[in-house]
Design a protein around this ligand. Structure first.
Ligand SMILES: Cc1ncc(COP(=O)(O)O)c(C=O)c1O
Length: 359
């Protein structure tokens, strides 16, 4: 007798499970996690108090429309509330965008390598991923992405800065790209790391979305704002895209604690800027030290660095782990190391120096 099992959608065959960055070792003498592009700082001033207060009402469902947070975001970014949609982290909103635009037979274009969730959410929707290789400089190849557009293209992700390389596309090239994408194809500017950008030629997606109905900007509270554990992100898009996001949202996905913490974080702008400044300074120190050791480091505008190690990627990551610092390996390609606390960065640099001598 053959055992019957529930029938699952064939679209899921071959879909990888999302791999989170490894946690820091529990037992070593030192243990730092530089594998998930998290913020090493604790919540911004005032945030924890608001979150604890909010925890007092967890017997109730949260405000499903995130009214207070939406009002705060609308004010902060000078956008209409009707153009805003929140979700369970920006990855949740990204998934809603794919669900809203793309199903079987449709194509979703993105650079590769880029954020690991793009292929997963595309395939889960039943759509076909179209991966366009980064240039030799590890940057989005916007011309090749344009050339990849077909009648079936529904959505294009542009990850700026790109995860895991930290590289950026600049205003002139991005504007020229957007001018050439058909008006019925949605372009999602994933700006998860925008707060860390210091290159004045990198555009703020919100300036680009305003007169372009097919552009959507994705932002998150997980990185610079340091709320990765609370799962809250948002999109800014014109109707009907924003309206579609409200339809594809998981009801009550953003908890009351997350909403209150996000509002308090937005109100702590000075402390946010100070922490971001310190991390950007650390980034410069790490990049300079790596270059001094002889590494080629792509120019990063995010809170991480990328080393293209090819076949040595897994060995490098293992050496880091042995030393008490966990980075993110992409076997056969490279490693991504988050800019963390100074001691963690120092440890990472020590491993990099020793490894460099072996190469
Ligand atoms: C480019 C990019 N977009 C989106 C996300 C998702 O972040 P979250 O869902 O925590 O907002 C990440 C997280 O690593 C990312 O690197």
């Amino acid at each position: 007798m053959t055992e019957k099992t529930p029938r699952l959608r064939p679209a899921l065959d071959g879909v990888p499970t999302y791999k989170p960055g490894k946690p820091a070792a529990a037992d070593g003498p030192v243990a730092y996690k530089l594998s998930s592009n998290e913020n090493p700082y604790p919540p911004l001033p005032g945030v924890l108090e608001k979150a604890v207060d909010a925890a007092g009402t967890i017997n109730r469902y949260p405000d499903m429309t995130c009214t207070a947070l939406m009002a705060e975001l609308a004010d902060r970014f000078s956008v209409p509330v009707s153009h805003l949609a929140t979700g369970t982290g920006s990855v949740g909103v990204a998934q809603q965008l794919v669900q809203a635009t793309s199903g079987p037979g449709d194509e979703v274009i993105y650079a590769w390598r880029s954020f690991e969730a793009y292929p997963i959410i595309t395939q889960v929707s039943g759509a076909t991923p179209v991966q366009v290789p980064l240039t030799d400089d590890e940057v989005h190849d916007l011309d090749a992405m344009l050339a990849a557009i077909t009648e079936r293209t529904r959505l294009i992700f542009v990850c700026n800065p790109n995860n895991p390389t930290g590289t950026v596309v600049r205003r002139a090239e991005l504007e020229s790209f957007l001018d050439r994408v058909p008006a019925d194809v949605l372009v999602v500017l994933d700006e998860a790391y925008i707060e860390f950008v210091r290159d004045a030629d990198v555009p703020d997606g919100l300036d680009l979305y305003r007169d372009r109905p097919n552009v959507c900007v994705l932002r998150t509270f997980s990185k610079a704002y340091g709320l990765a554990g609370l799962r809250v992100g948002f999109a800014v898009a014109h109707e009907p895209v924003a309206a579609a996001l409200r339809k594809t949202a998981v009801p009550f996905g953003v908890s009351h604690i997350a909403q209150e913490a996000a509002i308090a974080s937005l109100r702590s702008e000075d402390a946010l800027q100070e922490r971001v400044r310190a991390l950007v300074e650390e980034r410069a120190r790490v990049v300079e030290a790596l270059a001094g050791q002889g590494w080629t480091v792509p120019e990063t505008q995010a809170n991480f660095v990328w080393l293209r190690l090819g076949e040595r990627a897994a060995d490098f990551a293992a050496a880091c782990e042995k030393a008490g610092v966990v980075v993110r390996p992409f076997p056969g390609e490279g490693i991504r190391a988050t800019i963390g606390e100074t001691a963690a960065n120092d440890l990472f640099l020590e491993v990099a120096a020793a490894f460099r001598k072996e190469l």
